[in-house]
Ligand binder design. Structure first.
Ligand code: NAD
Length: 494
């Protein structure tokens, strides 16, 4: 069986404790995975600290770092078949989603390399500088040792979004993958080990809450980058407070999808289904609240119910599958509880609402695509479910849609569907959320920032903002007052 080892200081290590990760589609073993002890985690942080202080890494030219990112991009591409197969087995991703994930992870490293080559780590600020008085520079420097923690839903992509900016910025890291899906991060470790990156710059272990908590406690960690639930995000923020570590949080969402009465309905209907069903609804930016203008609501609702029956739920390795199982029994139970709560609260079930157990599906945890018509006071309007469940609410006009869309503790993403670009942009600008698509959903651009307003997070990943979140900025003041008489402010103390 494949083994996923600890990647610490450029070495693949075993440990005393291990577990078998299983396929969510059928419970079959995928790999033997080694769990780090507290001592292993300390060693990983020590390796990251030593690498951060090493002249080899500190002085590495940005073009050389870009070459390393390009090498990783290339190797991910070369090993895409193996990675796809493992991502499907380990996470229950459909084949098509897993293929897209590997390709997206690879292109992220590539785009980042391009960005890095152009990035100016020292910038003279013309407006702040004054001839004969001072020349003022902004100097961008790596924050230091990072602790990075990722969720189980997009395992390789999440690892890429974390490790990429570490290499680009000159930081170092200990990344903890999710215990549910640790396998492809193990392959990324192998690729990184062959990339020419100095040992200890990137260290990768796995584990659950205990390992994550222990990692964050280490005083050598200067920045914490966490992706996961808002609930755990609050704990992370508290933990980071102890040593005032820099913090990036990418958290949950309850994103609004707004269909205006002038939308192209055939696109908007497929878009609304894609928005909440992609990866069984286990995407942080899922469009799980759908607002449809009253004028078109009956027609839209009926067409949506008809079209949803075409979605193919099946085993993930089947190329025809639209979406597969949810990650585990705990997640399935959580989703089914939300479905029961919604029924009890008077939500109108329009489609689905059951587990799917036909044939092979009985071996995993599959949930039918589920549509509820709800009012804003109901639980599923407000809480993230992380499953294939949509809450639909008719609205009288766009103002009501905006008001209800913003009635959420979250603000991660959202979309507006309309044939009138100006009208759509006007609505989009009023949404309190980090990404808004117009007539689109889920697509991300590695050159653009991604992250949340409100309780969906702090800071941004990707784009220039993502890179800068791994950099400190130093104001370098070079005095042009080269005679004592030109410095009358010194006289304040004489
Ligand atoms: P989770 O919050 O339960 O766990 C995330 C990670 O944190 C895992 O690696 C877990 O082992 C670790 N962890 C748990 N408790 C911890 C603690 N006390 N201290 C340190 N580490 C701890 O989330 P999940 O169930 O793995 O993933 C689903 C959630 O992630 C959803 O809420 C989803 O919206 C969110 N998510 C957000 C984004 C984004 O970019 N905003 C992307 C993907 C997923």
């Amino acid at each position: 069986m494949r083994e996923v080892k600890l990647f610490i200081n450029g070495e693949m290590k075993t440990s005393e404790k291990s577990f078998i990760t299983t396929n969510p589609a059928n419970g079959e073993p995928v790999a033997k995975v080694y769990l780090p002890s507290e001592k292993d985690i300390d060693l990983a942080v020590d390796a990251a600290e030593a690498a951060f202080q090493s002249p080899e890494w500190r002085n590495m030219d940005q073009n050389r770092r870009a070459e390393i990112l390009e090498f990783i991009a290339e190797k991910l591409k070369e090993r895409r078949n193996e990675l796809t197969e493992l991502e499907v087995a380990d996470s229950g991703s459909s084949l098509r989603k897993a293929k897209a994930d590997i390709s997206n992870a690879s292109s992220y490293f590539k785009v980042l390399a391009g960005q890095l080559r152009k990035f100016q780590f020292e910038v003279k600020d013309e407006s702040a500088s004054r001839a004969g008085f001072s020349t003022n520079y902004k100097v961008y420097e790596p924050v230091g040792v990072c602790a990075q923690i990722i969720p189980w839903n997009f395992p390789l992509v999440m690892a890429a979004w974390k490790i990429g900016p570490v290499i680009a910025s000159g930081c170092t890291t200990v990344l903890k993958s999710a215990q549910e899906t640790p396998v492809t991060a193990g392959i990324l470790a192998e690729i990184i080990n062959d990339s020419g990156l100095p040992k200890g710059v990137v260290n990768i272990v796995t584990g659950g809450a205990a390992e994550g908590e222990y990692l964050l406690k280490n005083p050598k960690v200067r920045k914490v980058a966490f992706t996961g639930s808002t609930e755990v995000g609050r704990k992370i923020m508290q933990a980071a407070g102890k040593n005032l570590q820099k913090l990036s949080l990418e958290l949950g969402g309850k994103s609004a999808n707004i269909v205006l009465d002038d939308a192209d309905l055939s696109i908007a209907i497929d878009g609304a289904l894609y928005a909440f069903l992609y990866h069984s609804g286990q995407a942080c930016d899922s469009g799980t609240r759908l607002f449809v203008e009253q004028k078109i609501y009956p027609e839209f609702r009926d067409a949506l119910v008809k079209r949803i029956a075409d979605v193919k739920v099946g085993i993930p390795s089947d190329p025809a599958t639209g979406y597969g199982p949810v990650i585990n029994e705990r997640q399935a139970t959580r989703i089914m509880n939300y479905i029961e709560t919604t029924k009890k609260e008077g939500g109108k079930l329009l489609f689905g609402g059951t587990k799917l157990t036909n044939g092979e599906l009985a071996k995993g945890h599959y949930i039918a695509p589920t549509l509820f018509e709800v009012t804003p006071d109901q639980t599923i309007f407000n809480e993230e479910i992380f499953g294939p469940v949509l809450a639909i609410t008719p609205v009288k006009d766009e103002n009501e849609a905006i008001k209800l869309a913003n009635k959420s503790i979250y603000g991660l993403a959202g979309a507006v569907w309309s044939k009138n670009p100006e009208r759509a942009r006007k609505v989009a600008r009023q949404l309190e959320t980090g990404t808004v698509w117009i007539n689109e959903y889920h697509l991300l651009n590695p050159g653009m920032p991604f992250g949340g307003y409100k309780q969906s997070g702090l800071g941004r990943e990707m784009g220039e903002e993502g890179l800068k979140s791994y950099l400190e900025v130093k104001h370098l003041w070079v005095s042009d007052c080269d005679e004592r008489s030109k410095k009358p402010w010194f006289d304040a103390i004489f």
